[in-house]
Design a protein around this ligand. Structure first.
Ligand code: F6R
Length: 608
């Protein structure tokens, strides 16, 4: 998390640093700051809150800054609360630097630096890196040797860029387990934590190896490993980039992205359908079809899509699937064998726990498939096989169109696996493919055509401080995603429960007018979830049922029933997800929340 930008060139650095930070703001927006060389040395401007606060300070203090070299940072707070003092860059002695990641041994290092006379002004782990660098620099007098020694002392994950007072117009950088790229462009030379910050300038960048210190000046870029100056890492040419087309006339990116859902599904499936049937790259399909078990590993919303994927794959291809939280999986991996395959789902392709889980599995020689939305991301680059969702850039922090595209791609994959394993006939696969590629976008467009109804439901139901979602099987998996969406942007406390579980404890929380949203589809468990809805209704909960069809008599267990259009019951969840995306959106807008940038969150979670 957090965004890093560094610039050296023949042009004014300040607007370039600010522009870069704006492109990286999705990585964190608790504070921002930049440092740059001036005639009086390195100066720093930083402030808690959005980049606009830093810009205002810059206008006030340095309206005519002509610097051609500097670095900047947008922060998602880890060690130390969001504040001016904790904002990056941090400066100790002659060293000014910014950092992404977490330094796990910072307390020990801090004591050592204090003993050596360094004074700390922030609560961050980052300031410790600056202090240590200042101490080592005093002894070594060489930035490259200094940073190599500092990097060797740090435990944890880090990407760091640094300025040294007496090395004018030079930016240094190094990394471990956290991304940092270098781009030489016609506009100047850049460091960035993400290619997105420079994609308007170049389609080529380099990714320094761990253990390398990089020195960037206007004249060029030098890479130093333990032996001395080293050859630059191979250039990475970006051939495929998500288009970032702004939010148009929509008031928020989130609403625009919900309206993008039908196209996200169409574009994702277009690549993967041939003559009306699923068409996947042979090796990926064969390896997955041959698996004794498929593990799906992801975080948050991506894992919720994976849970629907489990339902589809088990139903159509009869392969057992386990869904695993990446943050748990990496430390407590379940027993798995050489015959198992692994799908890692990620919108960003950069989520730290998912990346680490994938690397762990790869290191055991097991087969990995990435299901990602961001071309050239770490997960896409490192997996053995890649399946892209084509949702386009997702800017709002809450994932919507990526979830829908992930679910659709998993559905199609399950059909492909079913055909491969002959558990599904080609005709049945073709019928489902048509429902997915034509029926689902059309059904979602119908949901999008009646946003007023959903807004009215949100106004009626989301009045209480907490809210419950109930469902069974895939309805429960959709309940989990809907609950996550509502809580993360509206800040209403929400819980999703497998409907049969509530009477084992949670029903104690049900009292008059507590909103309960029951999700009910298909026939198998219909009557069961209806009974659970009746149980909470009997305790005066306010019940909204969202279902695939109206069944006479079911209205007695709900205050309202809403039918979400869908071409068949297997595809209800992908369609109804859009209902709940809008439901969360309107609730958050009604509460005056910062919908696209909810508190405490960031779009890409690159720390554990
Ligand atoms: C919620 C949300 C998160 C992400 C999660 C994984 O709306 O967006 O739960 O789904 O952080 O992110 P990716 O998919 O980028 O790995």
């Amino acid at each position: 998390m957090c965004g890093i930008i560094g610039y050296v060139g023949g042009n004014p650095a300040v607007p370039r640093l600010i522009n870069g930070l704006k492109k990286l703001e999705y990585r964190g927006y608790d504070s921002a700051g930049i440092s740059f060389f001036t005639e009086v040395g390195v100066v720093t401007v930083k402030a808690e809150g959005r980049i606009a606060n830093t810009e205002a300070l810059l206008r006030e203090k340095y309206p005519d800054a002509q610097s051609v070299c500097g670095l900047g940072h947008t922060r998602w707070a880890t060690t130390g609360k969001p504040s001016d003092a904790n904002a990056h860059p941090h400066r100790v002695g002659r060293v000014t630097l910014v950092h992404n990641g977490i330094i796990e041994n910072y307390k020990t290092l801090k004591k050592e630096c204090e003993a050596a006379g360094r004074v700390f002004r922030s609560q961050t782990d980052t300031e410790v890196i600056a202090a240590l660098a200042d101490i080592v620099y005093e002894r070594r007098g060489d930035p490259v040797a200094t940073l190599r020694e500092v990097a060797a002392r740090l435990e944890g994950s880090f990407a760091v860029t640094a300025l040294f007072d007496d090395r004018e117009n030079t930016v240094y950088g190094f990394r471990k387990d956290s991304p940092l790229i270098v781009a030489e462009t016609g506009d100047g030379n850049y460091f960035a934590s993400d290619y997105i910050a420079v994609k308007h300038l170049t389609d080529v960048y380099r990714f320094p190896a761990e253990g390398t210190v990089v020195e960037v000046t206007a004249d060029g870029v030098r890479y130093y490993d333990r032996e001395g100056e080293a050859a630059p890492p191979a250039p990475i040419r970006v051939t495929d980039v998500n288009r970032d087309d702004g939010k148009g006339a929509f008031p928020h990116f989130m609403l625009k992205e919900i309206f993008d859902v039908p196209d996200a599904i169409r574009n994702t499936c277009r690549d993967r359908v041939c003559e009306g049937r699923p068409a996947f790259d042979d090796e990926t399909l064969q390896r997955l079809a041959a698996a004794g078990r498929i593990f799906i590993v992801a975080c948050g919303t991506a894992l919720n899509a994976g849970k629907l994927g489990k339902v589809y794959i088990e139903k159509f291809a009869r392969i057992p699937v386990s869904c695993e939280l990446a943050s748990e999986f990496r430390y407590f991996p379940p027993l798995c064998g050489a015959n198992d395959s692994f799908i890692f789902i990620s919108q960003s392709g950069e989520t730290a726990d998912t990346v680490a889980s994938m690397r762990m599995i790869k290191s055991q020689g097991l087969y990995t498939v990435a299901l990602v939305n961001t071309p050239n991301s770490t997960i896409a680059r490192e997996a053995d096989g890649v399946l892209y969702t084509r949702a386009g850039t997702e800017t709002a922090v809450a994932s919507t169109k990526a979830y829908s595209a992930q679910s659709a791609l998993l559905f199609l994959l399950a059909l492909g696996l079913g055909m491969q394993k002959k558990t599904l006939t080609a005709e049945t696969a073709a019928a489902f493919t048509k429902n997915l590629t034509k029926g689902v976008p059309a059904a979602i467009e119908k949901i999008l055509a009646d946003t007023e109804k959903i807004k009215a439901f949100s106004e009626k139901y989301c009045t209480a401080p907490s809210c419950f979602f109930l469902g069974r099987g895939p309805d429960f998996f959709l309940a989990e995603e809907s609950s996550l969406k509502l809580k993360e942007i509206s800040y209403i406390h929400c819980e999703a429960y497998a409907a049969g579980e509530i009477k084992h404890g949670t029903i104690a929380l049900i009292e008059k007018d507590v909103p309960v949203i029951a999700i009910i589809s298909g026939d198998k468990i219909r009557a069961k979830t209806i009974s659970n809805a009746a149980e909470v209704k009997a305790r005066d909960a306010k019940v909204l049922t969202v279902t695939d069809r109206l069944v006479p008599g079911e209205d007695e267990t709900a205050d309202d029933i809403c039918v979400a259009d869908c071409p068949c019951e297997e595809l209800f969840h992908i369609c109804a997800a859009t209902f709940f995306q809008l439901f969360a959106y309107y609730t958050a807008v009604g509460r005056g929340r910062d919908v696209d940038k909810p508190r405490n969150l960031a779009k890409s979670v690159t720390v554990e």
